[in-house]
Design a protein around this ligand. Structure first.
Ligand code: PMV
Length: 357
């Protein structure tokens, strides 16, 4: 008997929030308490590459992550698989003798192989790129007709921040109002060419994995932090509008001020949570060094040169106004963290590798 395999490979970069998502109003559907805005990294760096395959000879759905088999039984994977299967269409490839009717997809099984092109030890968000890539690749495999915003609402059910990785450039995740989550999706604000002089530098100051998962952390914050309620209701809606303006006008001063303030408020919400969450705890002196270095420099220049932002882990993401600012930043960082000291600094430069040479 003749069998066949149909395969699709996709590559998806990770994204870094400049206005943070923190807190869910619905944990199962992953619906946030506020809008968020992120910048998607260049696909050449920090991305996930995923191959999905389907064949009548596969007897169950299976997945490998960085070469190690992982379970697909968790709700998040199941939700993504179910939602894409429900949108699968007929596929015909006469050359390979493949014909899959719409209804066949319910019975067919898939295999997934996913790789991150960055060291997992870096402790950098990988679930965003991972789920976005999985959903995108499955949609291509099953010829789903949905556009990237519609797919983002599915990726969102894998990991909230994943919905923003379906687009390049600057992306907004609209929180939405509908109870079924159908309007909680990502839209592109501007593409990657709009503000291409920005240089993103990821300063890895600690390779330790985060101690509090974002799921537990968000749940505790929603239940206990009054600051989170104030942030979601009063602060973020205004910041989203200001950030959209800043991005549209390439106004780096406002962009940097909003990005730093939002990162600091996110970590303030974490401290305001019971029990408190210390994402920058064990190496906090290094984060404080980076923040003070940037704040001092921005102040002395009169207009900001660099923005910093920290996610649910200790590593800094620095966004420099341009190449010149990025070069100066790296010199300053090397001065703060000399190569011989205990605090080994590892920089990933996104956008222009030649700066490190
Ligand atoms: O998508 P999650 O559950 O990994 O949450 C990500 C939360 C932050 O990275 C801290 C903020 C954000 O908007 O990406």
């Amino acid at each position: 008997e003749k069998t066949w395999v149909r395969m699709v490979t996709a590559q998806t970069p990770t994204n870094i929030a400049v206005i943070k998502y923190w807190g869910k109003r619905d944990e199962t559907l992953i619906l946030p308490v506020n809008d968020s805005i992120s910048v998607t990294l260049d696909p050449a760096h920090l991305c996930t590459i995923t191959t999905v395959a389907v064949s009548p000879s596969f007897d169950q759905d299976r997945m490998w992550l960085n070469g190690k088999e992982i379970s697909l039984s968790g709700g998040r994977y199941q939700n993504c698989l179910r939602e894409i299967r429900a949108r699968a269409c007929e596929v015909e490839d006469k050359e390979k003798g493949i014909k899959i009717a719409k209804n066949d997809w319910e019975k067919l099984h898939v295999r997934v192989a996913s790789y991150n092109n960055f060291p997992t030890a870096a402790g950098l968000a990988s679930s965003a790129a991972g789920f976005a890539c999985l959903v995108f690749a499955l949609a291509k495999l099953m010829k789903a007709k949905e556009d990237n915003s519609e797919l983002s609402a599915i990726a969102r059910q894998g990991s909230g921040s994943a919905c923003r990785s379906l687009f390049g450039g600057f992306v907004k995740w609209i929180m939405g109002k509908a109870e079924d989550g159908s309007d909680s999706l990502a839209v592109q604000l501007v593409d990657e060419k709009h503000w291409d002089e920005l240089v993103i530098i990821i300063a890895v100051v600690s390779s330790r994995q985060k101690e509090t998962s974002s799921t537990t952390g968000m749940r505790d914050s929603v239940e206990t932090s009054l600051l989170l309620q104030h942030r979601a209701k009063e602060v973020v809606p205004k910041r989203i509008k200001q950030m959209e303006e800043a991005i549209k006008n390439r106004d780096f001063g406002s962009f940097a001020q909003l990005t730093c303030a939002d990162s600091n408020q996110f970590h303030a919400v974490c401290l305001d949570t019971c029990p408190p969450i210390f994402y920058m705890n064990d190496t906090s002196h290094r984060q404080v060094k980076i923040i003070s270095c940037v704040e001092k420099w921005n102040c002395s220049e009169g207009t900001p040169q660099v923005a910093y932002t920290f996610d649910a882990g200790p590593n800094a993401v620095l966004i420099a106004h341009n190449r010149k600012a990025a070069t100066q930043l790296i010199q300053k960082l090397l001065f703060c963290f000399p190569p011989s000291s205990d605090a080994d600094l590892n920089c990933y430069v996104i956008g222009d590798k030649s700066i490190l040479k």
